[in-house]
Design a protein around this ligand. Sequence first.
Ligand code: HEM
Length: 406
Amino acid sequence: MDPMTAEFDANPTLPGVPDPYPIYRTVRETDPVHWCPGAKLWAITRYADAEVVLKSDQFSRQAFLDQVQARLGDQPIVRMQRHELVFTDNPRHHELRVLITSVLTPKSMQALQPQVQEFIERQLGALRSRGEMDVIGDFARTYPTQVAAMWLGVPESERAQIVEWIFPLVAGRGVARDPESTAAANRAADQFTQYFRELIARRRADPQDDLVSSFVQAAAASGGLMSDDDLISLFIAVFAAGHGPGIALLANTLLALLRHPEEWDRLRSHPEWVPSAVEEGLRFDPPTQAPNPLAALADVEVGGKQIRRGDVVSVIIGAVNRDPAAFPDPERFDITRHPNRHLAFSGGEHFCLGATLARVEGQLALQALVQGFPSLRLAIPERELTWIPHDRFRTLARLPVVWGVS
Ligand code: HEM
């Protein structure tokens, strides 16, 4: 293996690497189902193999979490994850998804749009006369959490604390899980849990026209399927799952557009292509570079490799989304690409539950930027951009931009 893939062997999501795509390509072309000795897992880099793994009932999230617990011992963060949908297997997983999707309806997202648009206009409107901003620090950092809070019906005055808890909570959930980030995540998890336990009690006593109240009612009618702990984990998952990827969806898509000015100009002339530009951003530089790993429940063959029972596998979305077998001319950023069946929201049973919300959220923000800031460009050379070395998520530290002010 090429020396540059040593980093891949240590952690195949390549945290902090400015351009992981040439490395992904080398692995995909030379050893597409690759054992990473440092990370102790199989990395899946081809689209067809990813589909096999994601759709197979021979790979389990619960079994993976069992391995984490065996390694770390009894930790609050692991106890919390036990209740989470993403670490649950069928049949319970399916039953929970049916219940959750009965509340998180497309209608609940449509109702949210005017509120989100107003929020964006207020935030970006206040920045317009400045002529410069850091898209992440000045806007995107809090945007997905604010939207999720609006969606669930968290009172406005209580939203800011959730924004602050979310950072350590997310940082402590990666594959590496060092003691320091685990301790910070545990503290944030306790605060979150306490807050939502109290909010559930408030809504149970005095239901409102909001999703927290609808969930409390649906859980009460579920015949014990969903406890308060499950509900709390779901609310936390809604915030945690949307936070980093929501920031990255906007920042990575915008960066790709600014690096390809001809595509930015096409979008300015055709704002109706915003939804397809968001899809291409998700394919080209996906916010989540890998779903949570899975553990094999039996010996399974994938892409010609023998995966043993208990082995851990990780689908590398960044690599899969540029597989030429699935995407013609995959290195090209094309905002009108069609079809575009990327795996940015994963696939199979654990397909992202918030994909519709995330898409609408990204589309509304991108639309506001392309229409309100048509002369937008990067404020610093590309080589000065810093990628946060976060497990699984591909997020810039800052995205400084400038525009002309008349
Ligand atoms: C750009 C934004 C987003 C991206 C790229 C994204 C991506 C993903 C991916 C890759 C998975 C699979 C994870 C795994 O199997 O380990 C997932 C699952 C999930 N996502 Fe998202 N997500 C985004 C936003 C959201 C939002 C806003 C929500 C809020 C509801 C959300 C809620 C979830 C949940 C609950 C799951 C677990 C589903 C299950 O296990 O059945 N996501 N997402």
